[in-house]
Ligand binder design. Structure first.
Ligand SMILES: NC(=O)c1ccc[n+]([C@@H]2O[C@H](COP(=O)([O-])OP(=O)(O)OC[C@H]3O[C@@H](n4cnc5c(N)ncnc54)[C@H](OP(=O)(O)O)[C@@H]3O)[C@@H](O)[C@H]2O)c1
Length: 260
């Protein structure tokens, strides 16, 4: 039987690499999406060596920018069964992309949005397919009128919490739009893991990357969740998410993201 294909973004980081490794161990063909060639090459070598699965490769994409994502998707020739949106950034000072978009919003929110939007057709052609948005329980404070911290003073924790709320809201928006096409879209909290991202926010982390990857991989692969969509999971369990309940706000956020 042909291997299933999974794309994992930010798979040179702590949790993403563990997700990619666990999917490779489950015999997926895994594409590690990253922005640093050396890290990408090292991650692939390491995953191939430790899993014995030779079908692991990397793709260099800056996920904070629209053009490279669209180019990546346009050139995609394989099926796509699982897309794990995991890449995230938490710069301590406000940064912007070359297009002038605040970096956390560009990477953590638009990066997820654009990956799903751009790969929609590939996912549909490979259905049943799953999208997993790695979000967080550390979420909230979203201001739809100041998504890029142009009015509020930038604070990386506030920008991060807002971005993870947005990921959870967009999960609901996409699940509604894609459910009739055999694509499920769910969000999850991974685990508390020591990483560049968590250190920037002033956190450490008491879980290993493999523990942090367990929940996203479960959401991406478990038979139990076949057909389940629009939900949020923590510790291998569904957890209520009030961010996805205000459909007016969910749809407004979707439209705003679509406009970028
Ligand atoms: N760690 C935790 O305790 C925790 C808790 C809750 C949720 N999460 C979520 O888990 C996910 C992974 O976090 P982590 O802790 O594993 O962080 P991490 O180790 O810092 O990894 C982040 C990854 O994202 C990549 N990345 C950042 N900006 C990018 C861009 N513009 N284009 C392409 N790749 C980019 C990084 O690449 P570089 O290495 O090149 O920078 C890195 O591979 C995030 O979505 C985060 O919100 C983490």
């Amino acid at each position: 039987m042909e291997k299933k294909t999974a794309v994992v973004t930010g798979a040179t980081g702590a949790i993403g690499k563990a997700i990619a490794r666990q999917l490779a161990a489950l015999d997926f063909h895994v594409v590690v999406v990253c922005r640093n060639e050396m890290k990408g090459r090292n991650a692939v070598q390491d995953i191939v060596k430790t899993t014995g699965n030779p079908d692991v490769e990397y793709a260099l994409i800056d996920l904070s920018r629209k053009a490279p994502i669209e180019e990546f998707a346009n050139g995609w020739k394989k099926p796509l069964h699982v897309l794990v949106n995991n890449a995230g950034a938490t710069p301590r000072r406000r940064e912007e992309t070359p297009e002038g978009i605040e970096m956390q919003f560009a990477t953590n929110v638009l990066g997820y949005f654009r990956m799903i939007r751009s790969f929609e057709e590939h996912l549909r052609n490979s259905a049943p397919a799953r999208v997993v948005n790695v979000a967080s329980y550390w979420a909230g404070g979203l201001d739809m009128d100041d998504l890029e911290f142009r009015i509020r003073r930038y604070n990386n924790d506030a920008a991060y919490r807002q971005s993870k709320q947005a990921d959870r809201m967009l999960t609901v928006a996409f699940s509604n739009r894609l459910k009739d096409h055999g694509i499920t879209v769910n969000a999850c909290h991974p685990g508390d893991v020591n990483s560049v991202l968590s250190n920037n926010l002033g956190f450490g982390g008491h879980e290993t990357p493999d523990q942090g990857a367990a929940n996203p991989v479960w959401v991406a692969t478990s038979h139990e969740l076949e057909g389940v969509t629009g939900k949020y999971f923590e510790h291998l369990r569904e957890s209520g998410c009030h961010f996805g309940q205000d459909m007016q706000a969910v749809d407004r956020l979707f439209e705003i993201c679509e406009g970028y």
